[in-house]
Each structure stands twice: as structure tokens, then as C-alpha cells.
Design a protein around this ligand. Sequence first.
Ligand SMILES: [Zn+2]
Length: 74
Amino acid sequence: MIGEGQTIWLAPKAISFTAVCDACLGDEHFPESYLNASVSGTLRLEARHGWATCRRGHEIRVERAKRSLAGAIR
Ligand SMILES: [Zn+2]
């Protein structure tokens, strides 16, 4: 069972992203192909957080990784 809380991490200078919705892929009742589960969007360069919504309405958090923390995350 896949819970909520998928997060897409963006590189410090990335303004667009494409990811796959975990909720769609994990839904046993409505199995989606990999292509249908893809979600893409953009995040302004100055924005730290955002949201993406897949075709079926799952909300996915978008977070911009901080450059200063890049080396600290294990
Ligand atoms: Zn979805």
C-alpha cells in the first residue's frame, strides 16, 4: 500500500520536471501505464515549493533542493 506524500525534488536551477505518479502506479483498481502516470510541470526559479497534479488528480509535492544541503544529505 502506497501512502500519500510523494515528493519530487528539483535541482537548485531546474524550472521544469517530469516524474511518475506513485499513486497511479500503485492503484490496483486502475492500473495505469507508465506513460499515463507521468506528471510534469514547472516551478519558478525563485520558488521553493510547489505542487503538481497528475491526470487523475493526485497531488504531488514539489520541493527545490537547497544547494547548501546537497553535500549534507546522506
Ligand atoms: Zn496519480
